[in-house]
Design a binder for this molecule. Structure first.
Ligand code: PMV
Length: 364
């Protein structure tokens, strides 16, 4: 499919008003997306586990309006008006208007909330943009009844990507791949796809305990971070490595080889941070506690043979990944050894989830 395939047919009738509501999960990348071209096209393919507990719920109420010269919306975050989120939404509306030309015809009331604590240092852009995109395509579906379920999900992922790249991996599926890759025929730069190959059951109920090392604002926004990959001395090699790691993961997903899984996932996390340390300007986004956690995970794995590993986003928090079979041992280890490195002892127990869900709207 090309971008043009997401342009809609002319709308026949626009409903006067309505309301839709969706809950979309966050996701954690195993092969990282870092670097992009114009129009949110990823510089390399990525793959992520969809999370379950960490999610954003968004409702959008729409009412037809007279003045169609500009966008109009009110935004509430956790029940309160939130002016500082508005510019991001406005930019999103501008980017997606050609694909949803009804946007200026309505006034929207957008209410959004996260399941995870605000300023936990967990990026809400993936779940937030996915939930909003799903609501907006759902409105389009009530205008154009011919939209199929498959197209609906693709378009939601396509639009979510224009809000935040990784958001396109938060729409459907437990293991989601995004970005063209020769080994995956259905892969696309435009939207995420359900990983199409066999996945060993060991990966079906993986856990992700998110250790909140630093709850403040991210030191480097992902927009700035992606841009640092332009003119980066190691960029091309890194992009090629992501392709190689996807090929390697294909075998791992099939065989259930956790040792190799650990190697690839930890190497990806450290490479992401290495890219930031070797860009100009350069950044160190790990904190001393991040490194102490990593060392403790390595020691624990060495001593016990329990197959746990870590991954990192563009920040100091640590995602601890492990299979269901070692849940008790790892929970104990986290309590005994790792919680001390978390800000105020906070961490979130999450696990692999299955994707976004539509929620029933209760009319007030
Ligand atoms: O979706 P963005 O633009 O916020 O970028 C996210 C980048 C990482 O989280 C660091 C990696 C990834 O693939 O999710």
């Amino acid at each position: 499919m090309t971008e043009k395939d997401f342009l809609p047919n002319a709308y026949a009738n626009l409903p006067a008003r309505g309301k839709v509501k969706w809950k979309a999960p966050s996701n954690i990348a195993l092969v990282k997306y870092w670097g992009k071209r114009a129009n949110q096209i990823p510089a390399n393919p990525s793959i992520s586990f969809t999370l379950d507990a960490c999610a954003t719920t968004t409702s959008v109420e729409y009412t037809k309006k007279e003045d169609i010269s500009q966008f109009s919306f009110d935004l509430f975050f956790e029940g309160k008006p939130k002016e500082d989120f508005k510019p991001k939404i406005l930019t999103f509306f501008e980017r997606i208007e050609e694909y949803l030309p009804f946007l200026k015809k309505y006034h929207f009331i957008i209410e959004t909330s996260n399941s995870f604590p605000h300023s936990s240092g967990i990026a809400s852009s993936a779940s937030g943009m996915a939930a909003l995109a799903l609501c907006l395509v759902d409105i389009e579906k009530s205008i154009d009844k011919g939209i199929t379920d498959t197209f609906f999900l693709k378009k939601a992922s396509f639009l979510a990507r224009l809000g935040s790249g990784s958001a396109c991996r938060s729409v459907k599926g437990d293991l989601v791949q995004w970005g063209e890759h020769k080994g995956i025929a259905e892969s696309s730069n435009l939207y995420g796809v359900d990983y199409p190959f066999r996945v060993n059951p060991v990966f079906k109920n993986f856990h992700d305990s998110i250790l909140l090392v630093h709850k403040g604002q991210k030191q480097v926004s992902s927009t700035v971070g992606h841009n640092l990959m332009h003119d980066h001395p190691y960029a091309e090699r890194r992009f090629a490595q992501a392709h190689d790691n996807l090929d390697k993961l294909k075998k791992v997903f099939e065989s259930g080889d956790l040792e190799e899984f650990v190697n690839i996932v930890e190497s990806e996390a450290l490479t992401l941070h290495a890219m930031m340390m070797t860009s100009m300007p350069y950044f160190v986004l790990m904190k001393p506690d991040t490194l102490q956690i990593i060392n403790k995970i390595w020691n624990f794995r060495e001593e016990t043979n329990v197959p746990i590993c870590f991954t990192l986003d563009a920040g100091a928090n640590v995602h601890v990944l492990y299979p269901e079979s070692v849940k008790e041992k790892v929970t104990q280890f986290i309590q005994d050894e790792l919680v001390a490195h978390c800000e105020n002892g906070h961490y979130i127990c999450d696990r692999i989830g299955s994707g976004a869900k539509k929620l029933i709207v209760h009319e007030e």
